[in-house]
Ligand binder design. Structure first.
Ligand code: CUA
Length: 344
């Protein structure tokens, strides 16, 4: 009962962050499940220590209180007590071991890449302030949206192009630093189909808190279809749906957007890959995915994501030009497997 009380108290404290599929307290994947077991273990251990200390404190305060008629009485003074000192050294050591051993085992387990060759491997690149996913050997590149098959181990080999980030999808994974110098590997597995929200968990600059992304777990059949659609997608053959979109495409090319943004499986990763941009459910990971927001982004990205690399990289576009480019981007779709269709 103690544990349940403490857990519900913790849950209440964290309720502010309680967007569905953005909480480590309702695990829906292997890494998060292991983390949850550790959260319960440490909460029970530390909660018990807290309660026992409170009981002892209350007992001592009551038992040794100053009583009527004893105002000048000084109780027996004690200095040093071998037995007590041994007890309060040994008990904490035992408690630390009880918590440290499982924590270390889980950390090593989640970073164990011994069977990586038998599973899907995705290269994850952290950038200020967006994420890139390169499906190694599959010729597929995506940004911001990471599609994975449900119920399967997926290995993420993570590196940063600039500063240290941290990859965290609270509902399904543990947390792993993403360093510029070395590749860190972690595997994730989602138990249920659906969209899981990811955060950067290492302070990395002014837009650190805006460095959101999504993991979209779909059935094996849908995943295979998504892979086929992505591999078959040819941006050259993807004709804009309207005259405005066609003009947008031309403006996109004239303004050198392709210097940073690839459409299709080109490995260019200066800026986010825009294949499937029309299927995104968020703009830049954070904003509503509407044409109006895209126009706002094109005209003033700094106001939406301070410190992003796009600011000042191209001539200022007028309302008409920005709208045409937005129209073009909003209809870029390589597949009908989308965040909205996942788990439905
Ligand atoms: Cu990237 Cu914080």
């Amino acid at each position: 009962a103690k544990a349940i009380f403490l857990l519900s108290f913790t849950a209440l404290l964290l309720a502010g962050c309680g967007r569905e599929n953005l909480t480590a307290l309702v695990p829906k994947g292997y890494g998060a499940e292991q983390s949850m077991k550790l959260i319960i273990l440490t909460t029970v251990v530390m909660g018990s220590v807290f309660i026992i200390v409170c009981i002892i404190l209350a007992f001592v305060l009551f038992k040794f209180r100053r009583k009527k008629g004893q105002e000048d009485f000084i109780p027996k003074q004690v200095e040093g007590h071998k037995g007590l000192e041994v007890i309060w050294t040994v008990i904490p050591i035992i408690l630390v071991i009880i918590m440290a051993v499982p924590t270390t085992l889980v950390s090593f387990d989640l970073a164990d890449a011994s069977d990586a060759k038998d599973h899907l491997n995705i290269k994850v690149t952290g950038n200020q302030y967006w994420w890139h996913f390169d499906y190694e050997g599959e010729d597929i590149q995506t940004s911001q949206d990471l599609y994975i098959p449900v119920g399967e181990k997926v290995y993420l080999n993570m590196i940063s192009t600039d500063v240290i980030h941290s990859f965290w999808v609270p509902a399904i994974s543990g947390k792993m630093d993403v360093n510029p110098e070395n590749v860190n590997t972690m595997y994730i597995e989602a138990y249920e189909e659906g969209v899981y929200y990811g955060k950067c968990a290492e302070f990395c600059g002014p837009s650190h808190s805006l460095m959101d992304f999504k993991v979209i777990a779909v059935s094996k059949e849908e995943y295979d279809k998504w892979v086929a659609d992505m591999q078959n997608y040819d941006p050259e053959k993807d004709k804009p749906e309207s005259a405005i979109a066609q003009e947008g495409k031309e403006l996109f090319e004239q303004n050198n957007c392709m210097a940073c943004h690839a459409i299709g499986s080109s490995p260019n990763q200066v800026g986010p890959n825009l294949t499937n941009f029309g299927n995104r459910s968020k703009l830049a990971g954070i904003e509503e995915h509407t044409k109006e927001k895209v126009i706002e982004w094109i005209q003033d990205p700094e106001s939406l994501k301070p410190g992003n690399l796009m600011t000042g990289k191209y001539p200022k576009l007028n309302d008409d030009e920005a709208e045409k480019i937005a129209e073009y981007l909003m209809q870029l779709k390589a597949t009908d497997i989308t965040p909205d269709s996942a788990g439905k």
